[in-house]
Ligand binder design. Structure first.
Ligand code: 8YV
Length: 325
């Protein structure tokens, strides 16, 4: 007699490829989309050995872990995991995995799309054409990428992919992050305020969480100056959104291109009111190619774990954890 396939809770936004992978390899447990984990109890909760977190940013923390006494691994869809208490998971011997690398290029592409559309106003220009306004007049000239200097906040995998693209556009790159990376040629600034004072274009590709919360506020925006452009593909929490909306409205900076917001899918009215803001509904990784690769990596992490192997892409806090019994 062999034991049943491990019970895996598919939590958060359902992904067909994750559903299919879990059904193929494991015993799936699903809680309805409109409920949270508080309904999980008793033998069902006790059977769960893994969570496949299919996206969304609802917290996965100590209160959740308390309900699942036999939880071994949380496999999360997405590279950012600020909604998961990885330190608490590590304390309890629970592994957390995420989906780095597979989404790097698509997210970097969207950063450049935002940069171009903010500076050259391509969205507005397209709306101008569709409205018929071109028949009466030409669309007015815009600002340019030429002569710009780009600072990247967060020079991880995605930040580096953005830097390579910015270099290909012929613009100088500098950066700010948790640490100086001597192997990288770009100038390093330990403080984002100093970086903002040295550049006119700030591209944010840093992770969310306490260390970056509200890092880009009024002072940083003033340091960027009236030609300043801010692009954010990291986390909305990094920007003080009220300060940004104020700076866009009063000309403290020239424009912003945002793919992420502090309280998604809510976007502050004050930002919606800014014609000089290009606003996208968090689509950085949202191509079929990349989303499928992310979903496969969620399942592959679980398969590796329950085969007694190392998880493929653990987060640093839980790297080196034991493998499944
Ligand atoms: C995902 C992301 O859309 O990877 C990330 O950190 O923000 C996006 O790629 C998101 O995590 C899915 O909820």
């Amino acid at each position: 007699m062999h034991s049943p396939a491990p019970h895996v809770l598919h939590y958060g936004i359902s992904k067909p490829l994750i559903d299919a992978g879990i059904s193929q390899h494991f015993t799936p447990v699903r809680i309805p989309n409109d409920t949270d984990y508080s309904g999980l109890a008793g033998s069902e909760a006790a059977a769960i050995r893994a969570i496949a977190a299919g996206g969304g940013h609802d917290p996965i923390d100590a209160r959740f872990f308390d309900r699942l006494p036999h939880l071994e691994i949380v496999a999360s869809f997405g590279v950012g995991y600020d909604h998961i208490d990885a330190a608490e998971a590590a304390r309890r011997g629970i592994v957390v995995t995420h989906t780095p690398d597979v989404l790097t290029d698509d997210v970097a592409d969207i950063a450049l799309a935002l940069l171009l559309s903010t500076v050259r106003r391509t969205g507005e220009a397209e709306r101008f054409l569709r409205s018929g306004a071109w028949l009466a007049d030409a669309f007015p000239p815009t600002a340019s990428l030429r002569g710009r200097s780009v600072g990247i906040l967060g020079l991880g995998r995605i930040g580096k992919a953005i830097a390579r693209r910015v270099e290909a556009f012929g613009l100088p790159v500098s950066y700010c992050g948790r640490r100086n990376q001597p192997e990288v040629d770009y100038p390093y600034y330990a403080d984002v305020l100093d970086l903002a004072g040295a550049v006119d274009t700030l591209v944010i590709a840093a992770p969310g969480g306490a260390a970056t919360d509200g890092l880009v506020g009024r002072a940083v925006l003033e340091a960027l100056g009236p030609n300043g452009i801010v692009v954010n593909v990291g986390r909305g929490s990094i920007i003080d959104e009220a300060a940004l909306a104020g700076a866009l409205a009063d000309g403290t900076i020239a424009g912003a291109g945002l793919d992420v917001f502090a309280h998604e899918p809510q976007v502050p009215e004050a930002l919606l009111a800014c014609a000089n803001a290009v606003l996208l509904p968090h689509i950085g990784s949202a191509s079929h190619h990349t989303r499928d690769a992310m979903a496969r990596l969620v399942v592959d992490n679980l398969v590796a774990w329950f085969a007694g192997k190392e998880p493929l892409t653990p987060v640093p806090e839980t790297a080196g954890r034991r493998t499944a019994a």
